[in-house]
Design a protein around this ligand. Structure first.
Ligand code: S3P
Length: 169
């Protein structure tokens, strides 16, 4: 069983992936952490030194590497993962994709507290952050909504997650 959690930065992918991994006793992977481990540099440094294009290529390679070397896992993807190359089609072919959808306001309230470790938003003002989230969310939605399971943040609890994974409509 291969499960990919996708969605905007701050939607709770890592939190829910960890919870699912514990519940189902399946290994957990955080795609960003795997990239950091491979490059031995934080994501912000990779962006600064090599640029976003390099990061996106690396992201795709590490996504394939983990997918192809493990039978079962729960993966917390990066916010941009499904939006580059053919990553969303690839993940859909390999396993179950779950989008945790969160409102722009909810994302703003969370991200305003933790900008530093996120290269794409770390230099934005509060208002800049709000309009960045609005624009990016609008342009990424067409990728996120291709997920096989779509959950809103308020709906996301363990029983509901398990129900949707094991009894997809
Ligand atoms: C990104 C989200 C980040 C990380 C990188 C780019 C994005 O992951 O992959 O900073 O493009 O939205 P999280 O969603 O886990 O913060």
């Amino acid at each position: 069983m291969k499960i990919y959690l996708i969605g905007f930065m701050g939607c709770g992918k890592t939190h829910w992936a960890r919870q699912l991994s514990e519940k189902l006793q399946i290994p957990f992977f955080d795609l960003d952490d795997a990239i950091v481990e491979q490059e031995e540099k934080p994501v912000t440094t990779i962006f600064e030194e090599e640029g976003e294009e390099y990061f996106r290529l690396l992201e795709k390679d590490v996504l394939h590497m983990i997918t192809e070397s493990h039978e079962s896992f729960i993966m917390a993807c990066g916010g941009g993962t499904p939006c580059y190359y053919n990553n969303i089609d690839y993940m859909k072919r390999q396993g179950t994709t779950i989008w945790i959808n969160c409102s722009v306001q909810c994302l703003f309230d969370r991200l305003i507290m933790e900008r530093e470790k996120r290269p794409l938003i770390k230099d934005l003002t509060d208002e800049g952050l709000r309009s960045y989230i609005q624009k990016k969310y609008a342009s990424r939605k067409i990728f996120y909504e291709q997920a096989s399971i779509i959950l809103s943040e308020e709906q996301t609890n363990m029983d509901y997650l398990l129900e949707r994974i094991f009894h997809p409509q």
